[in-house]
Ligand binder design. Structure first.
Ligand code: 5SP
Length: 223
């Protein structure tokens, strides 16, 4: 599995999203879009109209992370609009299997997300329904939080579980990922890294993406 970096635009300048996308586009594998509804998480960000505009403004595929209630109702529209990946939260979904299948049917990669305190084992039977498992390494809602080391054992368990069922499923981590923490997450088995402040807080966002990629590749022994 190759190392992939997905800069989070939560930490970008929302008044200049097209420019912010362009600032990482030579290096980033994805652009991570945090959709928050102020119900599932205590923050409100953006929704489908902004995603539709962003899709026209960049060639970098969008990795839409839905931190919303009723993802079963809303997720298909993001896939239909052209997002490359759509991730729903397991505990918010009433019918996760149906929704993951619908996301795939509409041509996007389907992701399932777990908060730091949620175990991975109850979702083992859903592995065949997903293209990516997202393990939050902070409580969802805000950028700039501290990486939670307590999630590392879960990353290791998830990696083993995924490899034993379907090694093609990506393992994403999101929250507090930086030059100081990415090696620990990569060693534990993550292969897709969301980074907000570590990229958009840097003088050279594209350079920061490349530095993170090198650190993760070195730590994991993968390219
Ligand atoms: O989903 C979230 C926060 O809920 C993340 O995507 C953050 O936007 C990541 O920001 P940093 O922790 O990297 O600053």
């Amino acid at each position: 599995m190759t190392i992939q970096i997905s800069p989070s635009i939560l930490n970008a300048d929302f008044a200049h999203l097209a420019d912010e996308a362009a600032a990482v586009s030579p290096s980033a594998d994805w652009l991570h879009v945090d959709v928050m509804d102020n119900h599932f998480v205590p923050n409100l960000t953006l929704g489908l109209p902004v995603v539709e505009s962003l899709l026209k403004a960049t060639d970098t595929p969008l990795d839409c992370h839905l931190m919303i209630e009723e993802p079963d109702r809303w997720a298909p529209a993001y896939a239909e609009a052209g997002a490359g990946s759509v991730t729903i939260h397991a505990k918010a979904a009433g019918a996760p299997v149906r929704t993951l299948r619908e996301i795939r049917r509409l041509g996007a990669r389907a992701g399932l997300a777990l908060n730091p305190g949620e175990a991975v084992e109850p979702y083992a039977d859903l592995i065949g329904e997903m293209d990516m498992l997202l393990l939050m390494t902070v409580e969802p809602g805000f950028g700039g939080q501290k990486f939670l080391d307590m999630v590392l054992p879960k990353i290791r368990r998830a990696r083993e579980l995924l490899d034993s069922r379907d090694a093609s499923v990506w393992l994403q981590v999101d929250g507090g990922v930086s030059a100081e923490t990415i090696e620990r997450a990569a060693e534990a088995g993550a292969d897709v890294f969301v980074a907000g402040s570590a990229v958009y807080g840097a003088q050279d966002p594209a350079g920061a993406v490349e530095s993170l990629r090198s650190l993760a590749a070195e730590a994991s022994g993968r390219k």
